[in-house]
Design a protein around this ligand. Structure first.
Ligand code: SAM
Length: 318
């Protein structure tokens, strides 16, 4: 599609260029803010999967630039914005850039260092893998990115903070919703108008971060370290033995019956009579209307028909 025809067909593509946004995605974050007021009181933000940088531009224009223009706001009081992506990004006013992989557990440490021990008020993540068009596959890879983002969130977000993440709607959406609800009492899946209806993309808006009591962020961190590592390789422990507190779930499992009883997985010798023979007993009550009954009737009918045909043939021959 040529540039002019794309300008005509995609209003957000055209508007993004007119307003100086690097990508049309900027409108998605702006529309989420219109609905949820996500920037209120925000001083520290992490923008995960930020390239080419239109969300970072929104953060800069909404948070950093106004503070820069405010003569009463000193350097140290200005909002802190940290943006991470696999790809390098052209500079943006007030945005600290980190080139890195969010699925690498160490990336959380890099972010934490930039905040000097303070926690973030908001984490946004617009991460997307290279879409294959195979919805199950795309949804799975996307869920790995959300797990990575949530791991970083549990390390850097302050209690009461917000997390906005791109999601792909699919068969596991309700599971994802329940998992996010463990950490946020308010979770809404939003679809901004600038996100095409034909796309399975939506955004989880998670408010009021409150991790469950006893939750240890390091457990999620260790889980992330195992993502992509083949089970049983090296010294990796693929069991959940390392999980603690509410992160470890014990499923009640009870073995019933006397240990001296028969083992259902073993073969036992057949009981024989005095002459060494064995007589197999009929079932006590055969099924009255087994599903295979009709099949047996049809088979019987067709074999008697075949016999009749053979009889006719033999008559002809004789
Ligand atoms: N929000 C961005 C904007 O407004 O310009 C657009 C983000 S773009 C849809 C998705 C980004 O996710 C890509 O730049 C890609 O490099 C990044 N990404 C995908 N997987 C990543 C990973 N594991 N770690 C860091 N970034 C990743």
């Amino acid at each position: 599609m040529g540039k002019a025809s794309k300008d005509k067909r995609d209003i957000y593509y055209r508007k993004a260029k007119e307003e100086g946004w690097r990508a049309r995605s900027a409108f998605k974050l702006l529309q989420i803010d219109d609905e949820f007021n996500i920037f209120e009181g925000v001083k520290r933000v992490v923008d995960l999967c930020a390239a080419p940088g239109s969300w970072s531009q929104v953060l800069s224009r909404k948070l950093y630039i106004p503070s820069k223009l405010n003569p009463e706001c000193r350097n140290g009081d200005r909002p802190l914005i940290v943006a991470i992506d696999l790809q390098p990004m052209a500079p943006i006013d007030g945005v600290i850039q980190v080139q890195g992989d969010i699925t690498n557990a160490r990336t959380a440490e890099v972010v934490i260092k930039h905040f000097d021990g303070c926690k973030a008020d908001l984490v946004v993540c617009d991460g997307a893998p290279d879409v294959t068009g195979l919805h199950d596959m795309d949804e799975f890879v996307q869920s790995q990115l959300i797990l990575a983002a949530l791991t970083i969130v549990t390390h850097v977000l302050r209690v009461g903070g917000k997390f906005i993440s791109k999601i792909f709607r699919g068969k596991d959406t309700s599971l994802l919703y329940c998992q996010l609800k463990l950490f946020f009492p308010r979770v809404t899946f939003a679809k901004p108008r600038s996100s095409r209806n034909s796309s399975i993309e939506a955004f989880a808006v998670c408010e009021d971060y409150s991790p469950p009591e006893g939750f240890n962020p390091n457990d999620l961190y260790r889980l992330l370290e195992k993502v992509g590592s083949p089970c049983g390789s090296g010294d990796l422990d693929c069991s959940s033995a390392w999980l603690e507190g509410p992160n470890k779930v014990y499923i009640p499992f009870l073995a019933c019956g006397d240990l001296n009883g028969y083992d259902s997985d073993r073969s036992y010798p057949l009981p024989t009579s005095a002459d060494g023979s064995y007589r197999s007993l009929d079932p006590v009550q055969p099924p009255i209307a087994p599903p295979y009954k009709r099949a047996l009737e049809l088979k019987k009918a067709s074999s008697s028909h075949a016999t009749a045909v053979v009889d006719m043939d033999s008559l002809t021959l004789s």
